[in-house]
Design a protein around this ligand. Structure first.
Ligand SMILES: NC(=O)c1ccc[n+]([C@@H]2O[C@H](COP(=O)([O-])OP(=O)(O)OC[C@H]3O[C@@H](n4cnc5c(N)ncnc54)[C@H](OP(=O)(O)O)[C@@H]3O)[C@@H](O)[C@H]2O)c1
Length: 307
């Protein structure tokens, strides 16, 4: 495999993911809009570059930014990765973006002779740091096969779901469920607490029931201790994903009433100014709607739960 890798986007996810590549022995040149976030990667062996165009000579460039427009910006905007005479051979994007936006990006990149693989992920930055992401890819199968080892260095499992933008649909569906579950988990937790069941007892019982999952388990300490300042994913990013879900539902003619209600709940949280906070702060809003004031209830990691 080529050692010529570039990386754009060193936010919570990008930073953790490129570290896995570096730790697996791949050399990487990295760029981030806020340059200060790139510097700590030097001690992991990364070479920090000053501009996106400095990555144009790389064979393969990974991108992990926020939205569809941000991805278009880093690729095609001023000083964008593919705006110079030299271009990478392959772009692999892991951002959670729309199917339509991704198709536009594919058409533009392929028109410039750059191959494009969609590779969105399941798992937060902590999961990424532990190398336990699920990567679901789409695009030309031969391109996936040629780059599978890079993706495997960042993941516990990698899958190819088909041609074109199908992995975007997968990720949109995944995150729609992600939103609906946290909405409902907050609702039933507030119901149980208001009725008299201690919050951590209720959450533990759900985790031990047929409904418990890795997701309900890893969110439990935060929901119990109200440590929403330990941000894994922001309300704004979740709103973006609920909007992507409803946009896809409209495009494909699918009714999604639970997702629609959740979207409005997340939008209210964003509108009320919740910004640099974990999306699970939805619990506070749900409790307030029920006239309940929450206090941390002291669940510790010795209760056997993942954080
Ligand atoms: N957090 C999660 O649990 C999670 C899990 C799976 C997928 N995702 C998805 O992964 C993507 C990144 O999420 P994150 O949590 O890592 O977000 P984040 O911490 O907010 O990081 C966003 C990154 O994108 C960069 N960026 C955004 N707009 C840009 C632009 N116009 N030009 C250049 N750089 C730009 C940011 O640069 P600056 O540092 O300069 O702001 C930063 O490096 C999102 O699409 C998200 O939905 C997140």
């Amino acid at each position: 495999m080529s050692a010529s890798i570039g990386w754009i986007g060193l936010g919570r996810m990008g930073e953790a993911m490129v570290k896995r590549l570096l730790k697996a022995g791949h050399a990487a040149r990295v760029w981030n809009r806020t340059a200060a976030k790139a510097q700590p990667l030097v001690e992991y062996g990364a070479q920090v570059v000053a501009s996106k165009l400095d990555l144009a000579s790389c064979d393969t460039v990974f991108t992990m930014v926020s939205t569809t427009d941000d991805l278009k910006d880093v690729l095609f905007g001023e000083g964008g990765l593919v705006t110079g005479a030299k271009r990478p051979r392959v772009v692999i994007d892991s951002s959670s973006i729309s199917q339509e936006g991704s198709a536009e990006i594919r058409a533009q990149l392929e028109g410039l002779g750059v191959a494009y693989l969609c590779a969105p992920v399941s798992g937060n930055a902590k999961v990424a740091k532990a190398g336990k992401l699920l990567v679901v890819a789409s695009g030309p199968k031969a391109l996936y096969d040629a780059n599978e080892a890079y993706l495997a260095a960042m993941a516990r499992k990698v899958m190819w779901v088909g041609e074109g933008e199908l992995a975007r649909v997968w990720k949109i569906a995944h995150n729609t469920m992600f939103g609906v579950i946290i909405q409902n988990l907050c609702e039933i937790t507030v119901l149980a607490e208001k009725a008299g069941i201690p919050r951590h007892v209720f959450l533990q019982s759900i985790n031990d029931s047929v409904l418990g999952s890795m997701y309900t388990r890893y969110k439990t300490p935060m929901l119990s201790n109200l440590t929403f300042d330990q941000v894994t994913f922001t309300p704004k990013l979740l709103l973006k994903d609920m909007d992507l879900g409803l946009g896809a539902a409209k495009a494909h003619g699918v009714a999604m009433p639970a997702a629609a209600a959740t979207r409005e709940s997340v939008a209210r949280m964003v509108g009320r100014g919740y910004d640099d906070i974990d999306f699970a702060a939805l619990l506070i809003e749900t409790a307030a709607d029920a006239g309940l004031s929450l206090k941390p209830d002291g669940l510790t990691l010795s209760d056997g739960l993942e954080s």
